[in-house]
Every structure is written in structure tokens, then in C-alpha cells.
Design a protein around this ligand. Structure first.
Ligand code: SF4
Ligand code: SF4
Length: 472
């Protein structure tokens, strides 16, 4: 039985409810009065139910689709302005006891070199990341209680926060590790993590079990209820995601929104972020063996429909996607992107040797961070290195209430300018610095309150003098 408040995976992601939602969407995909009604609701920025959103996703009336894209762009602008938050993944260890058939780290893959960084190696990677200008990381590790126990992850987090190299600092560590216990989540919370991210991969239980034939991840309920345990352990910023290409995207879309509705119903806090990865080639993984791949147009429609459905949830796109694809979806609702990512263990310090093969997936966008910052500004986006919220205690429902009232903008925009200024002073190439200074000048006027603007101007001067880490 479908029950969004239930703690049981089979009830908050009810297979029957997903199927009924898909049937409802199919029935109504040409129902113009209903589509108009849903679009009207989306315009109020209060979000959509999974059933309403599924109708929009299925709609193939060109004028209505244009309206969906227009509205997604408008909501993105109104709620997120023109800033894009930057982050980088950091792979700690590729030891893994799971059997995920779409990931080269699966236990049976003997082609790849297994690596696990020591504390010193982690710190060397962090120095390399700081030297690029990164302030926000997402750490990644396979599941392996012997090689990567929670103590190892906690030690790495501590190692990362300890590194203070020149003007650099990693100010927020988000964590993407396997589903674990309430107690472990509590320890992660105490270690000062930002968001806990866990991709569901697929919400379709039968497919899930086939795609995860062995290891602890095989347990669908354990994995799907992970966010509930994270919330219980005190982590109130959680990030959802599915790996598009494994199952039918319509199914994943409806279930993903149901997961968000469950978190809202059960804990009063929806997901902090949603990631939209698509399957990519990697060692021992050929995306062609999964016949549910989605093209760029459907991908863009998914992004737009997620934006309308959960306006206050940040949306993340990684370097899995090409420059062209990222360009297309940035306006439609993406609020965070990774830059200059290495998806191998230790890849920031030492380029991967051909025979090592320890990348989790092949990246499409291989540009440097400076190139990405330059490119973003050329399109009118402000690259932001802001990490202020979690450091100011603005997490969970506190964050959501500020986001829903629109007040968060009073922090995001000034913080974007201040952190961009830090980047320009410390890491940018001369061309990027020039473009960035122009951008900051032109964007200062978009700070509505005179007092805040004056404060930002003072901070900008102090950053030139060598001071760092101002925030609102
Ligand atoms: Fe291990 Fe994660 Fe890869 Fe699965 S997806 S094999 S759990 S690293
Ligand atoms: Fe994100 Fe908060 Fe910074 Fe805005 S102020 S960019 S919500 S961390």
C-alpha cells in the first residue's frame, strides 16, 4: 500500500503507485486543460506532486513543452539567480565488495588497480584541489568494511579539513558512501559533513536486485531507507539521485519525486539536492548493454520537470556530461556543477597510468577549473565557491524555510561574489580574472539592500588586502 509517511521502502516507493502514475500520465499527456492547470500550479513555485509532474514529462505537445522549458528557466532565475556552485569529487578508495554491474569497482573486476589513499595521500590530493581553487568536495568510496570502514572515512574527512595550504581551504565536505547505520550517520554528522549523498541507481526493485546481484547493496530496502537512517542520525541535508539509463526514465522520475515527498512527509525536509547522472563508459562497463539510455532532449526535459516539481532542491550535473549538454541544462535548473574532476583514486596529483584503469567512469568534460569558470561567466553565470550555509548552521528545515521564503538569495548572491573574488585573487588566469572583475562590478547592483552591498564592497577590498573567508 502506498504511504508517503511509511518508513518502509516498499510503501513510500510503492511499485503499484508508480505504475498507476505512469498510466495516469499516459492517459493525460494530451489533456491541455489539465496540463495548463499543472503549469499554473508550477508557476506558484510550490512544487508539483509526482503524478502532476509525470503528466508534464509525458506531454509531447510542442507548445506545452516550450512552456515547460520557459517556466523552468524562469523559476531557476527567480530562485537561484545566475549563480552556479562549484565542487569536485574526491575518490578515496575503489575497494568494493558489491557487485553493481554498471560500475567498474565491482568486486569481480580484476582489470582495475585497487587503491586506497593514506591520510598523507588524501592531503596531497587536497593541496592539488586547493591549488585549483576548490572549496567544496564530495568524497566517494566503495563499500568495503575491511578496507574502507567508517573510521577510515572519518579520518579522511578530518585530514581534508586540516589542510590549510596558502589561502586555500576545503570548507565543506559532502559525503557519497554506501548506505550505513544510524550510528555511522551520527558519526559523519559529528565530523562536520555537509550533505550526505546516495544515489538510488534505480527505484525499480526487480531491476535493482538484478543490477546488484551480490554484496550488501543487493538489499533494496536497506539502500532505499538509507536517507531515513541518515535523518535519524541527525543529517538533515541529503542528496538523492538515480543513474539514468538503467531503467525506464519515466519510472525513475516518478519514484525519485516520491522519495522526495516521503522525506518531506516523514521529516518535514525535502531533499537538499538531486543529481541527474547518466550512465557512462568505464572499464568492464558498456553503456550499450543497458537499453534504457536517454538522449540529450529527454535529459533536458527531465531537468526542467524536476525544476518545476521541487523548486527548492538544488540540482547537480557532473563532468559525465559534455560541455554542450551542460550548457543546455544550466539554464533549465542546474544549480551545482563539478569542474576539472578526476574519477580515479589519487588522480589529482598523478595522472592515471593507462594500465591502472582506476577511474569510476569516463568524464566527458575534461576542461580545467579555470576554463570552466571562464566559460560560465561568458554565459552570464556567476561561478560560486560558497559553502556558507552549513557553516552558519543553515541546514535542514532552517535552510528550507529560508529557501522557500526567497530570503536565501540575500546570502547566495553576495556570497557568490565574495567567493568568486577569492578565486580571482588566488587562482585565476589573467583572462579569467579580467572577465571576473567585470562580472563582479556588473553584479554588485543586483544586491538590493544598500547596507549589504556596502558590506560586500568592503569585503572585496579586504580580500585584495589578503583577508579571506567572509560570508553572509
Ligand atoms: Fe561499489 Fe559503488 Fe561501484 Fe557499486 S557503484 S561497485 S557500491 S563503488
Ligand atoms: Fe548554497 Fe547557502 Fe551558499 Fe546559497 S548561501 S550558495 S544556499 S551554501
Amino acid at each position: 500500500m502506498y504511504d508517503p509517511k511509511s518508513p518502509k521502502a516498499g510503501e513510500f516507493i510503492s511499485h503499484e503507485e508508480v505504475l498507476q502514475t505512469l498510466a495516469y500520465a499516459e492517459e493525460n499527456k494530451n489533456n491541455i486543460p489539465l496540463i495548463d492547470e499543472i503549469l499554473e500550479k508550477a508557476r506558484t513555485k510550490k512544487g508539483l506532486s509526482h503524478r502532476e509532474a509525470a503528466v508534464l514529462l509525458d506531454c509531447d505537445i510542442p507548445e506545452k513543452n516550450e512552456e515547460i522549458f520557459r517556466l523552468a528557466k524562469q523559476i531557476k532565475r527567480e530562485l537561484y539567480g545566475n549563480r552556479i556552485v562549484m565542487f569536485a569529487p574526491l575518490y578515496l578508495s575503489n575497494y568494493c565488495i558489491n557487485g553493481c554491474v554498471y560500475c567498474p569497482y565491482h568486486l569481480k573486476n580484476k582489470n582495475i588497480t585497487r587503491k586506497k589513499m593514506t591520510r598523507e595521500e588524501v592531503q596531497r590530493e587536497v593541496v592539488a584541489l586547493q591549488d585549483m581553487g576548490h572549496k567544496r568536495l564530495a568524497i566517494e568510496a566503495g563499500e568495503d568494511p575491511k578496507n574502507n570502514p567508517i573510521e577510515y572515512i572519518l579520518d579522511c574527512i578530518d585530514a581534508i579539513y586540516q589542510v590549510k595550504h596558502k589561502n586555500g581551504a576545503i570548507r565543506r565536505v559532502n559525503v557519497n558512501i554506501a548506505a550505513t547505520t544510524v550510528e555511522d550517520y551520527r558519526r559523519l554528522k559529528d565530523a562536520g559533513i555537509g550533505t550526505y549523498i546516495l544515489f538510488q541507481e534505480t527505484y525499480h526493485k526487480d531491476s535493482y536486485e538484478k543490477l546488484h546481484p551480490t554484496g550488501p547493496k543487493h538489499d533494496y530496502a536497506w539502500h532505499t531507507e538509507a536517507m531515513d537512517r541518515a535523518m535519524e542520525g541527525g543529517i538533515d541535508d541529503v542528496g538523492l539521485g538515480v543513474l539514468f539509463g538503467l531503467e525506464l526514465y519515466r519510472y525513475e522520475f516518478a519514484a525519485l519525486l516520491m522519495h522526495g515527498e516521503h522525506l518531506e512527509a516523514a521529516y518535514g525536509v525535502g531533499p537538499h539536492t538531486i543529481s541527474v547522472p547518466r550512465i557512462r563508459p568505464a572499464d568492464d562497463v558498456d553503456p550499450g548493454t543497458f537499453d534504457n539510455g536517454i538522449d540529450d532532449d529527454i535529459f533536458a526535459k527531465l531537468v526542467a520537470c524536476i525544476r518545476l516539481s521541487v523548486p527548492y532542491t538544488g540540482m547537480i550535473v557532473s563532468t559525465r556530461e559534455s560541455k554542450e549538454c551542460r550548457e543546455k541544462v544550466l539554464d533549465l535548473g542546474i544549480s551545482q556543477i563539478s569542474g576539472a574532476s578526476k574519477t580515479s583514486v589519487g588522480g589529482y596529483c598523478e595522472p592515471e597510468k593507462e594500465e591502472e584503469n582506476s577511474e569510476q567512469f569516463d568524464t566527458s568534460d575534461k576542461r580545467t577549473l579555470d576554463e570552466i569558470v571562464h566559460w560560465l561567466m561568458g554565459m552570464g553565470h556567476i561561478p560560486s565557491f560558497c559553502t556558507a550555509c552549513y557553516r552558519e548552521g543553515r541546514t535542514g528545515d532552517r535552510f528550507m524555510s529560508l529557501a522557500k521564503s526567497g530570503q536565501i538569495q540575500n546570502c547566495c548572491h553576495p556570497n557568490a561574489l565574495i567567493t568568486l573574488k577569492e578565486y580571482l585573487e588566488d587562482y585565476a588566469s589573467p583572462e579569467t580574472k579580467k572577465r571576473g572583475e567585470e562580472m563582479i562590478r556588473s553584479q554588485l547592483v543586483n544586491i538590493p539592500r544598500l547596507k549589504t552591498r556596502e558590506k560586500v564592497e568592503a569585503y572585496l577590498d579586504e580580500i585584495v588586502e589578503g583577508e579571506r573567508d567572509f560570508r553572509f
